[in-house]
Design a protein around this ligand. Sequence first.
Ligand SMILES: Nc1nc2c(c(=O)[nH]1)N[C@H]1C(S)=C(S)[C@@H](COP(=O)(O)OP(=O)(O)OC[C@H]3O[C@@H](n4cnc5c(=O)[nH]c(N)nc54)[C@H](O)[C@@H]3O)O[C@H]1N2
Ligand SMILES: Nc1nc2c(c(=O)[nH]1)N[C@H]1C(S)=C(S)[C@@H](COP(=O)(O)OP(=O)(O)OC[C@H]3O[C@@H](n4cnc5c(=O)[nH]c(N)nc54)[C@H](O)[C@@H]3O)O[C@H]1N2
Ligand SMILES: [Mo]
Length: 719
Amino acid sequence: MASASERRKVVRAACPHDCPDTCAMLVTVEDGRAVDVRGDPEHPFTRGGLCVKVNNYEQRVYSPERLLYPLKRSGPKGSGQFERIGWHEAMDTIRRRWTEIIDQFGATAILPYSYLGTEGILNGLNVGDAFFNKLGATISERTFCDSGSCTAYFMTIGPSPGMDPESFKHSKYIILWACNTISTNLHHWPFIAEAKNKGAKLVVIDPFKTRTAREADWHIPIRPGADAALALGLMNVIIGEDLVDHDYVQNYTTGFDELKERVSAYPPEMVAKITGIPAQDIRTLAREYATIQPSVIRIGVAIERHANGGQTVRAAACLPALVGAWRRVGGGMLQLPIWAFPVKWENLMRPDWIKPGTRVLNQWRLGPALTGEEPLDPPIKSLFVYNSNPAIVVPEQEKIIQGLKREDIFTVVSEQFLTDTARYADIVLPATTQLEQFDLMFSWGHLYLSLNQPAIAPLGESVSNTELFRRLARTMGFDERQWQRSDEEMAVDALDWANPALQGITMDLLKEKGWARLNVGTPETYAPHANGNFLTPSGKCEFKASMAAGGNFVLPLFRQGSNEFQAGEPVDPLPTYVLPNESLATNARLAAKYPLNIISPKSHAFLNSSYGNLPGQLHHAGEQFVLVNPKDALARNVGEGSPVRIFNDRGSFEAIAKVSSDVMPGVVVAPLGYWRSLSRTGATVNALNPSAFADLGRAPTFSDTLVEVAIAESAIAAE
Ligand SMILES: Nc1nc2c(c(=O)[nH]1)N[C@H]1C(S)=C(S)[C@@H](COP(=O)(O)OP(=O)(O)OC[C@H]3O[C@@H](n4cnc5c(=O)[nH]c(N)nc54)[C@H](O)[C@@H]3O)O[C@H]1N2
Ligand SMILES: Nc1nc2c(c(=O)[nH]1)N[C@H]1C(S)=C(S)[C@@H](COP(=O)(O)OP(=O)(O)OC[C@H]3O[C@@H](n4cnc5c(=O)[nH]c(N)nc54)[C@H](O)[C@@H]3O)O[C@H]1N2
Ligand SMILES: [Mo]
């Protein structure tokens, strides 16, 4: 008989989600079944906490809705009718269909589509790249998240981790800019709260009074997309009132004189008109930010989501150098500390296998690409989706659904659940959850490397993504070493173990402890740019960006190693403000028809669209809703709880109105993540969003969307 310790064990794991926190988890397993998932109290950043999504992760794992076997479609696309098949038949069908397509149209007729359903280094962003590069498929340019911000940040500061998130406890002035920390980066909050308790001032800049904004000393509502104007206005005051750290600027920056001239065009009175923030508040914010040191700016991902998103990050990234905030621990800027992790991305992606001239398709264009609206030669004949749910997270939702319905597109989806995308698949392949797989985890919100060890055996016939691509490679006759390695061998190959950041960290240590802090100094000492050392071409913080001369670009990480600058897309080398694509000033006719600006931030209870089908999180989130300011509600006869239709020329969806002055007039808020199949009219917020690119890094423009709100017809009919 097995002893009690054999029957019951605690396994060290790490949260798989695309979230900055990458929590250390402890999984209790009894008789091969995970009975409890909790945070590891010893982890210095996540400190034993999880969140409303992952507290009961075992319910996700054992959900009766989990996909456990390969399926083939047995009804019309989208009907959700499938029948169980074996892996052999699934792989055989894929091989047959792909071979036909490749013979007739060439391999670029196959479009892989993925993002960060799991964030693991092995099973995450790049897990399929080597396979699809070998196959010669179209390259998916994945600019889902922070791509514009990264381009801008690289141009200004370079691939620096920036400030240690834990050093926020030493900050005296904290600006959370388009970032809802308490919902989207919860484990960072205690460090901010500690600073606040020691007297630091917390400022939140957001059109909407979020959970985080409620806790701030000062919430500054701003019109969506106006942030660059604010940053330029702050610099106007800082330079005009001589609050500049001249010594820092002289030694560690480039382009001050040009910046000075540029910002002279943004006096507070003018910026007030653009942003909706009173001129006096702009002056106060500039003075406090410049003089209360160390000050820090934390930018959220949402800051990039409009026509001017990249230049907004450029402008914000100039501020800390201008006032010398980088000099002290607790000062500077936090974007993504991911750049501290020495991952050998090329080893995962194998860009060396990309055939010259292979077509690249940006992921925001999925709808037009599938419907044929975007002329493609060859057209897309097969779609292979893993780690993503494009039917919900990608704009122009109606076009995506139309495209997914096409009988002539062979669609395969690897998933844990029958998502709104998977419903349209010809073949569905079951994927493991984090408790059933091995992975190594970076973080984009702290400086700890984690190891996720499998706690239980895969459920049903589900397989990890690494195993999925081993099987596909075998099916297609690829026999390179790439697919003959075990997960652990892959992990060894995935990191640059000789890099100083990994000094003292070994696989054995990770196995024993679960995680290790990168060797980059401590939160008490880490001040990466106290003496400049920026990672730009000049080694300085480039107010005037030398990289702008090459044009717009997307980081190699998001487009698999080919980092050509995009000729013909000139970039202003100085931070600048340009009008949103959709606004009164840019298109008065559009604004007359659709006067409200919709924003679609993250839901507190979902993780993008993950958990949007699970009862606990659905209960927490409530029915799909839209927040409307009382003035806008009154003008439309909309009351609290009214069913409303939110619409523009691209589409519409229905939701329950919540009337609240938490949102500024002229703006409505509809959180991301609700499922179409569980919504009132089979549509969610991305039915309204455009697939237009922002100015840098081909980032999305979710916050640059005009709509109108009206009482839903169903509600009128019921009266
Ligand atoms: N609970 C939860 N946590 C998550 C996620 C989730 O879905 N749910 N998703 C994860 C992922 S993938 C990401 S990228 C991060 C994102 O996390 P955040 O960076 O916090 O992004 P959002 O929640 O989308 O938006 C943050 C805030 O920006 C505001 N905002 C929108 N447009 C503008 C604008 O133009 N200007 C300004 N100043 N503010 C604006 C919104 O009102 C919102 O409150 O969260 C991660 N964590
Ligand atoms: N309107 C609007 N749209 C947005 C955003 C917004 O704020 N507003 N945010 C954007 C941002 S920042 C992001 S990051 C994207 C996120 O977009 P996605 O990365 O597509 O995020 P999810 O919706 O969570 O879909 C991930 C899917 O992967 C599945 N999955 C999880 N683990 C595995 C695995 O191991 N294997 C396989 N095969 N599948 C797995 C999950 O079940 C889930 O269905 O959305 C973007 N879209
Ligand atoms: Mo994201």
